[in-house]
Design a protein around this ligand. Structure first.
Ligand code: IMP
Length: 423
């Protein structure tokens, strides 16, 4: 058993990673977010209460785990402090159990302005960004202009802030501002003042020390493989590496220290924002799944697009990430459907292919489905795998045969209790 495991989403995000990290945390000493930022919304439910985390790792509710916000994450201090303020009354003492990387990049109010301007300029080709400033912040990081959390400890922090802000305003070149910048800046600086009193750390070193001390580390991904900046449905993707490689660069974790790669997927597919979605159900059935699965963005509230399970894309995600264990979420949402289609190949430019082609545009590609029997039983009260319907078991076996990876867990509801281990 190696010291570090990775948990990530295999579809277009919103697979239910937050719930699983929360369930698994009792087995880990360290939980570390490695990429993304407040565009993510990880939902956890227990004891009848629902919590949505955006930047803080989902291990935060377990007192024993140290939670790390890694160097690959981008932080909006205003959203971050709001998250902290919601956790404090619940008895979560972030000063004790949270460590924030000095190397994580900061999202400035002007990054959000640039995000809005960029989307507006794209017109009907817009990405459907969450408009949290994610893309412009990663652009400044790779462009070597960014402001990092650790800069707040430097005497010239304000000058650095002003220089970056001026650069952004120049880029906007008189374009209309999406919000009141002066008010946003006041709030931002107040939040920065509070953020700097939290434990900032060289978290790459912390991770390495934890590994050497034999601690168990869980690297928590955000978004999903199909939103990866390299391997997703580019350009309709986010701006970070959402795949397993991102855990190495986003935490300072060497690849040979990684043990299990746990891949989370839903029993169907969803996508929020624009871009290709081969198995989309743009019809009444799609709407039924959306309502039953409460498929509305936890960060933006936008309705998620819904569709059948895409095994071609899932297998691709398994390969890109080196997934060793699969976990299937939201099986309960499909109850009541007589049959379920699963996409097993694509017809691409007239030919049947079982790999993910360069482009997934609907005018080039059509899904090829196999129909499997559904299940009618309400699964939300099931607590043992032996009580799952036989047709659900066949559905899971079909996925295992196709991907070559075991499905170790089936989730039948949002609560910690609604989690069934198959192995
Ligand atoms: P951005 O990362 O906010 O710029 O958004 C880029 C694309 O990724 C958009 O289609 C978003 O809807 C999508 N996206 C970003 N974060 C998430 C997430 O946590 N879940 C699902 N989709 C996301």
């Amino acid at each position: 058993m190696k010291g570090a495991d990775i948990l990530l989403g295999l579809q277009w995000g919103d697979e239910g990673k937050g719930k699983i990290v929360d369930v698994l945390t009792r087995d880990y000493d360290v939980v570390a977010r490695f990429q993304g930022g407040p565009n993510a919304g990880h939902t956890l439910e227990f004891e009848g209460i629902k919590h949505v985390l955006h930047t803080i790792p989902s291990g935060i509710f377990h007192a024993k785990a140290v939670n790390i916000v890694g160097n690959g994450v981008v932080i909006d201090p205003v959203i971050f402090m709001r998250e902290i303020d919601k956790l404090t009354p619940m008895g979560v003492h972030c000063a004790d159990c949270l460590r924030i990387s000095r190397k994580a990049h900061l999202i400035l109010p002007t990054h959000r302005l640039l995000d809005a301007a960029s989307e507006a300029a794209k017109g009907k080709n817009k990405i459907g960004s969450t408009l949290k400033g994610i893309g412009p912040t990663y652009m400044d990081k790779t462009g070597r202009n960014g402001l990092r959390v650790g800069d707040v400890e430097l005497p010239d922090f304000m000058e650095r802030y002003d220089a970056l802000k001026s650069k952004h305003l120049q880029m906007m070149d008189g374009a209309e501002h999406a919000f009141d910048l002066a008010a946003a800046e006041t709030e931002w600086h107040a939040a920065m003042d509070r953020l700097k009193s939290l434990p900032l750390a060289d978290t790459d070193v912390l991770i390495q020390e934890a590994y050497r001390a034999g601690k168990r580390i869980l690297a928590e991904g955000a978004q999903g493989t199909m939103l990866d900046v390299d391997f997703g449905t580019y350009p309709f993707v986010t701006s970070s590496t959402t795949t397993a490689a991102g855990a190495c660069t986003g935490l300072g974790l060497a690849p040979n220290r990684i043990g299990e790669v746990i891949g989370i997927f839903k029993a169907y597919c969803t996508r929020v924002g624009s871009g290709p979605f081969p198995t989309e159900l743009d019809n009444d059935l799609g709407e039924e799944i959306r309502q039953k699965g409460h498929e509305f963005g936890s960060t933006t509230g936008r309705p998620r697009r819904t569709g059948w399970l895409d095994l071609v894309a899932l297998k691709y995600a398994v390969e890109v990430n080196g997934v060793t264990q699969l976990m299937m979420m939201k099986a309960d949402v499909l109850s009541g459907l007589e049959s379920l289609d699963v996409c097993t190949a694509y017809r691409y430019r007239g030919e049947e292919v079982s790999h993910l082609p360069y482009r997934l545009d609907s005018n080039l590609l059509e899904p090829v489905y196999q129909s499997l029997p559904g299940w009618s039983e309400d699964l939300t009260g099931v607590r043992h795998t032996k009580d799952l319907p036989a047709t659900l078991e066949s559905y899971v076996r079909f996925i295992e045969d196709y991907t070559g990876v075991p499905v170790v867990l089936v989730s039948v509801g949002p609560d910690r209790e609604q989690t069934l281990w198959r192995r």
